[in-house]
Design a protein around this ligand. Structure first.
Ligand SMILES: [Zn+2]
Length: 282
C-alpha cells in the first residue's frame, strides 16, 4: 500500500492497535510521516447517515459535550468570520454554527447524520446532507475533525476549494498524529485507545501542509493546540486510563499551567490537535 500523499511504498508499523478493529495495523510513511491504517476500507456514507454516533442520540447531551470545543473555535475565529458567509463541513450537532450565526452574514452546515435535521430547523440554520447539494460559494469554510475520516482527502479539499470565493479561507482542524502521549511519553495504554477505524489518516503539521499543496491550496498558518490538559496526561501515565482531567483537573489545571503546557507542547509539535488555515493559490 503506497502512501496517499507522497506515493512512497516504505512505511513502518506504529505500535498500538485500532480500538474497534484488531485486524488493522497502524502505518507511518517513512518518507512524509503520514499515518494511515493498513486497510483503509471505505466506511459507507450510510454509517454516518444513521450512525447516531452520539450516545443514543441525546441531542442536548451531545451539544453539551461539544460546547467547550465549539466555544474555543468560535472565540479563536470570531474576528476572521465576522461579516462573512460561512460553511461548516461535517457540522455535527451545529453547535459551532449556532455561535457563528451571531457574527456571520450567513451560515450553512453539511452533515451526513440525518437525525440532526430537526435541530437545525429549530435553530434556523441551513443544512445540506452532502457537499454536492450545496452549490453556493463561501468566504470561509470550516471543517473540524472531519478530514481524518475521509478516504479521498485531496479530492475533498479540491472540492471545498472550488466552493471558496476568491479571497476565501479554508480552516481545518484535525487530531495530531504526533500527540505527546504517543511520541514523547509512549503511553502504551493510550496507543491501544486512540486509534479508531474511522480515522483513516492522521496528520501532522507537515503532512497537513503537504495535503493542502496537493489540493492546490496555500498554507496561511498551521497552529498547534492542546485540547486535553496536563492532568489528563499525568493520569494516562499513572493509571493508563482516559478522563484524568475530570478527576484531577480541579486541583491541577490552573489557567497558567494549562497555557504554559500547551505552548511547550506546541514547540515540540506534540499537541493533540492541529488547526490550519488555507487560501486559494494565486
Ligand atoms: Zn508519504
Amino acid at each position: 500500500m503506497n502512501c496517499k500523499l507522497c506515493g512512497s511504498n516504505k512505511h513502518r508499523k506504529r505500535s498500538g492497535s485500532v480500538r474497534d478493529n484488531k485486524d488493522l495495523d497502524i502505518y507511518e510513511c517513512c518518507n512524509c510521516g503520514l499515518v494511515y491504517l493498513s486497510e483503509s476500507y471505505q466506511i459507507s456514507d450510510t454509517f454516518y447517515e444513521n450512525s447516531k454516533m452520539h450516545s443514543s442520540f441525546d441531542f442536548e447531551k451531545w451539544r453539551k459535550q461539544t460546547f467547550e470545543d465549539d466555544s474555543r473555535r468560535f472565540e479563536s475565529l470570531k474576528n476572521t468570520i465576522t461579516n462573512k458567509k460561512l460553511l461548516d463541513f461535517g457540522s455535527g450537532n451545529g453547535g459551532f454554527l449556532k455561535l457563528a450565526k451571531n457574527v456571520c452574514t450567513k451560515v450553512c452546515g453539511v452533515e451526513l447524520e440525518k437525525a440532526v435535521k430537526e435541530y437545525y430547523e429549530k435553530d434556523k440554520i441551513e443544512l445540506f446532507s452532502n457537499l454536492n447539494e450545496c452549490n453556493k460559494k463561501f468566504d470561509i469554510i470550516t471543517s473540524f475533525h472531519v478530514i481524518e475520516h475521509i478516504k479521498e482527502p485531496i479530492e475533498i479539499l479540491e472540492k471545498l476549494k472550488s466552493m471558496l470565493n476568491d479571497k476565501g479561507r479554508l480552516i481545518i482542524e484535525v487530531p495530531n498524529a504526533n500527540d505527546a502521549l504517543l511520541t514523547i511519553y509512549e503511553s502504551e495504554a493510550f496507543s491501544h485507545f486512540t486509534y479508531w477505524s474511522c480515522h483513516l489518516y492522521l496528520y501532522t503539521q507537515y503532512t497537513l501542509s503537504l495535503l493542502a499543496k496537493k489540493a492546490g491550496l496555500k498554507v496561511e498558518f498551521i497552529k498547534h493546540i492542546q485540547r486535553y490538559p496536563l492532568s489528563n496526561h499525568l493520569y494516562w501515565l499513572s493509571k493508563n486510563a482516559p478522563g484524568g482531567h475530570e478527576k484531577w483537573g480541579n486541583f491541577l489545571d490552573s489557567k497558567e499551567l494549562t497555557n504554559a503546557y500547551e505552548s511547550q507542547l506546541a514547540t515540540l509539535n506534540a499537541t493533540d490537535t492541529i488547526i490550519a488555515s488555507f487560501t486559494k493559490e494565486n
